[in-house]
Design a protein around this ligand. Sequence first.
Ligand SMILES: Cc1ncc(COP(=O)(O)O)c(C=O)c1O
Length: 404
Amino acid sequence: MSAPDISSRAVVPVAAAARKILSAKAARFTESVIREMTRLAMQFDAVNMAQGYPDFSASEEVKQAARQAITDDINQYAITWGAKDLRDAIARKFERTQGVRVDPEREITVCCGSTEAMMATMMGIINPGDEVVVFEPHYENYGPDAILSGATPRFVQLQPPDWNFDRDELTRAFGPKTKAIILNTPNNPTGKVFSPEELEFIRDLCVRWNAYAVTDEIYEHIIFDGAQHISMASLDGMRDLTITINGMSKTYSVTGWRVGWVIAPPEASTPIRKVHDFLTVGAPAPLQAAGAVALELPQSFYDKLAANYLVKRDRMLGILTEAGFRCSKPAGAYYIMTDISAFDYPDDLSFARYLVEKIGIAVVPGSSFYDDPSMGSRQVRFTFCKKESTLAAAAEKLSKLRPR
Ligand SMILES: Cc1ncc(COP(=O)(O)O)c(C=O)c1O
């Protein structure tokens, strides 16, 4: 008997697999440009001013709480919607800082970062055909969040240099199909902090169309020049129409811990909790325990955080202005959106490539914050959540750059 022809058996399944149509949804977005820039920064040994993670130490008290939690054997799954201590601390802090009282048993879901919180929210509230209003430029995750949840995004422009929006344009973006507006204040990438009047205008549209405001407030404590962070949920009429997303990453300088949360009325929390459970089961239990400690830190911790970032913002504004960038001065968050017209490059992508390869500094091309890439072709974003030696290295690199 002759031996079976194994070569054809090996080839057929591979060829069949190649013919399979993979997710059409995933095909509609690219890998994260921000995280790709971090990889390029490592490849070219460039100073990473692209991705928004602090390169300085987190608070000793919060780190000690995490170490203690592991020592105490908090090593197993927490309750799927979050450890009780952390949910209680989130509820206390929301009431303390925004005057909004929520029920930690029914209205808070702890997730793997606010990234998962946003995705679980979108998948929990969206039906096919629902529209979601999104300001742009916007944090790049909101595009894939909309696609994966099946929402149709309706983009409304924040206009540089002040990043104001046209009230008629926003009004036109709402309608009977609007399920939600995604709001990010303080805003990445623009640094805009939405004013009380703007929030009230958005509130009126949400109430009129019975739409949720899904508010990403992850930069709530990084705020400058007397600007005030106001949670949408604190506005009259919005208590039960707001889904507030937040997390530990930025406030406590622990982006790798992956602890975030959603505060939502019970009817929205129920589907969000179900999606969250089957996406990730839960956020890291010992780090949730540390979160419960972090959220009880005194106001002086937050004052110091904002004061330290103010120094970094002004330092970076000085460096960038000196190098020839036109800068939007951020009132919050830790990014500076710049206009690159002075450098006469064809677009943001080629300029960002040049910066990382030849100048040794990684930035985020502006187009990654827009649905239509051409709208960001004159912009690149710098972060300034870096220690002084990193800012000094950035200054040194950028001194080689010449407007042309
Ligand atoms: C606006 C905004 N939301 C969410 C995130 C991600 O937060 P997390 O680390 O909690 O997933 C970022 C990170 O850059 C961000 O800028």
